[in-house]
Design a binder for this molecule. Sequence first.
Ligand code: F6P
Length: 360
Amino acid sequence: MTTIKKIGVLTGGGDAPGLNAVIRAVVKAASNAGVEVLGLEDSFDGLIYPEKSRPLTPRDVTGILRRGGTILGTVNRGNPFATPITTPDGTFDYVERVMEMFERTALDALVCIGGDGTLSISHEFSKKGIPLVGVPKTIDNDIVGTNSSFGFDTAVSFATEAIDRLHTTAEAHRRIMVVEVMGRYAGWIALHGGVAGGADVILIPEIPYDLDRVVQCIRDRDAWGARFSIVVVAEGARPKGGAISLVEEARDGQAERLGGVGMRVAKELDTRTGKETRYVVLGHLQRGGAPTAFDRTLATRFGGKAVEVLLNGQFGMMVANHPPDIVPVPLGDVVGKIRTVPLDYDLIHTARALGVSFGD
Ligand code: F6P
């Protein structure tokens, strides 16, 4: 069995509040177990370019628990396998360069913190023999095999506060306010933020919407005297029989960028109801700022567990939240899939029972 004396830690994909809390937990837990940690900057670039790595000690991670972003930097580059790597030493095949540099850096294992993209890349390197463990990160909460990923709670808290603020101005002007939230192809942020913020309509990718139903819901509210309405729209929501809204098509291995559905829904509601309608896109504000207490705790548990899993010689795993435990699950079982909101989720039933419209 590999004896673990030195591990590398990296963060990849879009950032999420709690990345620094994982790094801190990894460094502290490893250091207390007599294991050295090398911080790899900008995801796997930290292995490719020697100048992009630095030792991390407990002193280096003091005070970062509460900080958003990642002290290691991150990149979101789609599929890196397709692109050759050019360094001052020459041009290399991506996989060969990472494998070679892993050996040269004298690392025994990696902790790879990221979403499905980073975890899929990590799984490929794991199959090639690099001992590693994945840590699930995403505000979208769409990673298979774990009950939650860190970053989600912070995004939902922010969306909830934004909806609270929109309530007062919507009520004052008797307007419809449409709020577009992130989440890619899953409606977790819209559903949880919408329910916590008391939205009247929640449109999620899992339930294609019919705007006639939304208009009816708004008219019903007007009929009993509400006169304002809050509509939360997930960026991946689409009309029945219609397409998802994009700001940018997929290109050069980069995933498509979602966005625009909030404006689309607002314009149509304005025309169809005759009520003044405004829209807000929460965008990257949902990923910024300090992690909530829940995300700090989850991230810390993930980081501590990741080190434990490596020291136990369990490689090719992802640490997962299976309440009340954090457990390792095989990376091969979770990558390349999306965990969407199940239609029989009790929160959907409860919201419907309270009169929330899902536009269906
Ligand atoms: O996956 C996290 C996420 O914030 C999605 O909710 C959103 O669609 C996407 O990343 C935005 O990516 P970028 O930061 O590349 O614009």
